[in-house]
Design a protein around this ligand. Structure first.
Ligand SMILES: NC(=O)c1ccc[n+]([C@@H]2O[C@H](COP(=O)([O-])OP(=O)(O)OC[C@H]3O[C@@H](n4cnc5c(N)ncnc54)[C@H](O)[C@@H]3O)[C@@H](O)[C@H]2O)c1
Length: 268
């Protein structure tokens, strides 16, 4: 359809082809956008991002999203590459050392907790603050960050990421206000179903929970490909007045109390 025709965007977080960001980059490219890919320098070595870059003709600009200088450089080089300002940004960055190390909520390590906050939530604040200061985004530019319903409801396995996603969503709202007033820039979060990616699968019991959520959702879990669709829609001009929202993209999971499928499974 070409709904992003002529638009220029930065996509963070594409690590391998399971990454949600990978699917968003592919669809945004298909819809006519020019893209710059970025990820933490360490991910360049582990990941397969170069394959994606070749496929969608995008340069890769490494940047640690917790580092202000890296972010400044990312915008400067992106604007040079595009020959103009940026229309959209996908924030697709999440990491909890406490989850990786399987540490329960009641025993969280605070150093890891702070690291998780910096990488997974403050990085959005920093990316917006640097863009605001450098006036890097076009009017009606659109910034989307990926979240999870653990921000609103308790999931024991989600430990510190629950608190961190709540902060991420609040940062999106606050920036949505300030950047909206100043430049009409939109900021939203998409609250995505459990998705089989490196970050997702690091959570203990993830596969069982994935099936549980799928049973609860009238439409089934939303896949990474589905998530690309909502992100691209939010980058497009068809959603110019959508801002400061947390959009549940979960096949109906969040508003279903219990499904018959779940009850049948328990009654077996
Ligand atoms: N997978 C799920 O079940 C699920 C569900 C809802 C929301 N999300 C969110 O989607 C987003 C993307 O995760 P994913 O599931 O595609 O997993 P993923 O592991 O493919 O992506 C996470 C990315 O974050 C990047 N990253 C980590 N530290 C960074 C840093 N300091 N600077 C820059 N980048 C850094 C990683 O290199 C990686 O590319 C995350 O915010 C995650 O919390 C995932």
């Amino acid at each position: 359809m070409g709904i992003l025709s002529g638009k220029k965007g930065i996509i963070t977080g594409a690590l391998d082809e399971n990454s949600i960001a990978w699917k968003v980059a592919e669809l945004a490219h298909q819809e006519g956008a020019s893209i710059v890919l970025t990820n933490a320098p360490i991910a360049m070595r582990m990941g397969e991002i170069k394959k994606l870059a070749e496929k969608i003709h995008a340069p890769i600009i490494p940047a640690d999203a917790t580092n202000l200088e890296d972010i400044e450089k990312l915008y400067k080089e992106s604007i040079q590459h595009f020959g103009g300002k940026i229309d959209f940004i996908l924030h697709s960055i999440g990491m909890s050392v406490n989850i990786r190390k399987n540490i329960p909520y009641t025993e969280l390590n605070y150093e890891y907790y702070m690291k998780g906050i910096d990488v997974s939530a403050l990085s959005l604040h920093k990316m917006l603050a640097v863009a605001y200061k450098a006036d890097a985004l076009n009017e009606y530019g659109s910034v989307v960050a990926l979240s999870y319903i653990g921000a609103q409801r308790t999931y024991p396995f989600y430990t510190d990421m629950a608190d961190i996603k709540a902060l991420l969503e609040s940062i999106a709202r606050s920036w949505g206000y300030h950047y909206g007033i100043a430049k009409k820039v939109r900021v939203n979060t998409v609250s995505q179903s459990p998705t089989k990616t490196t970050a997702g699968s690091g959570i203990k019991g993830f596969n069982e929970f994935f099936d549980f959520a799928d049973m609860q959702s009238p439409l089934g879990n939303a896949s990474a490909d589905d998530c690309a669709g909502i992100c691209v829609a939010l980058f497009s001009d068809f959603t110019r007045k959508v801002t400061m929202q947390n959009i549940y993209h979960d096949g109906g999971y969040s508003t279903t109390g219990v499904s018959q499928k779940q009850l049948d499974a328990l009654m077996k």
